[in-house]
Design a protein around this ligand. Structure first.
Ligand SMILES: [Zn+2]
Length: 345
């Protein structure tokens, strides 16, 4: 429309394109108008999504609800980029970096699940972390000469596997598992007299002291008895450290705030006229996703504690200490049961 109107301009604005041709085009003013108004008006009408003008520049934050704790063989659901609901399963996720020799045993494991489904025995649909995040953009119009798109990320899900993993220990020697000592059949099976009771209490004391402290002091477990509830508490403490370090890292000054402040994560209105163009740009998606992934991965890696005196990594010792409450409860339960059944006074 714009061009047709301009064709009515006086002929002195016209200039022959080639000699001996009747073709003419407009130069100068017309061209400028077309590049300017023309493009922006037409494109704006074509936007599939409404342009949202940013009304807040507060940094995005995450909290505990962004984390999901998985055990083995539990389902995981998400909606893929095409909007199709998908489901997979954590499967035998204890197998990640499983230990094969029997020099020492690994009773549990906690880790960030960057992939879910690769240990599933059902058809292998793989979920990759951030597969179901959504990038939203709003238009920052504070500087009318430099409008830009600012991202916010919806649906950041951080799947953490944290579980008791009996396989390797069982392969290396049959363990009796008292679980949380609430199953009186198990107690009755193994504790027949005061001697059995004392043995179980010794083992319980060993676990209370903690496998890492005992290993350091070269004190080894004689009776192959375990209380898997205590191992779960140790692993859960790892989860809490990882979760809390990730929250504070992502909410800190090098975290998600950079999406609002760092030009690397923004796009100008000159580059992209419509929100959907920014959000569909593969390069943009990969820049945003690799930033979020880096933040999560680094955040989880910071889930360590440091001994205030030796300045050495103290995480395992602290997780063992966190499990003591569980071993105290187990001790009380066995004690009550033994008294009720006349095994001790
Ligand atoms: Zn540990």
């Amino acid at each position: 429309m714009i061009i047709e109107t301009k064709i009515d301009y006086p002929t002195n604005h016209q200039k022959p394109l080639f000699e001996n041709t009747t073709a003419y085009c407009f130069i100068g003013e017309i061209e400028r108008d077309y590049m300017g108004d023309g493009v922006s008006i037409v494109k704006q009408d074509e936007c599939d999504e409404e342009i949202v003008v940013c009304d807040s520049f507060e940094p995005q934050t995450i909290n505990t609800t962004n984390f999901e704790l998985l055990r083995e063989n539990v389902p995981w659901q998400w909606v893929d980029k095409q909007g199709i609901p998908q489901t997979t399963n954590s499967g035998s996720a204890c197998k990640l970096q499983e230990w094969f020799n029997c020099d020492s045993t690994r009773n549990g494991v906690t880790y960030l699940m960057s992939k879910i489904g690769n240990y599933s025995i059902t058809p292998q649909t793989i979920y990759r972390i951030l597969d179901d995040t959504k990038i939203n953009v709003c238009l920052d119009t504070r500087d009318p000469n430099n409008k830009k798109w600012i991202p916010s990320i919806e649906n950041i899900r951080i799947p953490m596997f944290s579980a008791f993993c009996p396989e390797q220990a069982d392969r290396c020697g049959i363990y009796k598992d008292f679980f949380d000592a609430t199953n009186t059949n198990i107690l009755a099976n193994f504790i027949k007299n005061k001697n059995d009771y004392d043995d179980v209490m010794d083992v319980l004391d060993w676990w209370w002291e903690g496998p890492y402290r005992n290993a350091k002091n070269k004190v080894y477990l004689n009776d192959k008895i375990r209380f898997s509830e205590g191992i779960i508490t140790h692993e859960y403490q790892h989860f809490l450290y990882d979760r809390d370090s990730t929250i504070s890292y992502m909410n800190g000054s090098n975290g998600l705030v950079s999406l609002k402040t760092n030009l690397e994560f923004q796009r100008t209105f000159t580059q992209f006229k419509c929100p959907e163009d920014v959000k569909k740009d593969p390069f943009y998606i990969s820049v945003i996703n690799s930033k979020i992934w880096q933040l999560i991965d680094d955040g989880v890696k910071r889930g360590r504690t440091i001994d205030p005196i030796t300045k050495k990594d103290n995480t395992e010792f602290d997780c063992d200490v966190a499990a003591r409450k569980t071993y105290d409860d187990i001790k009380k339960r066995i004690n009550v049961w033994a008294k009720d059944n006349g095994i001790i006074q």
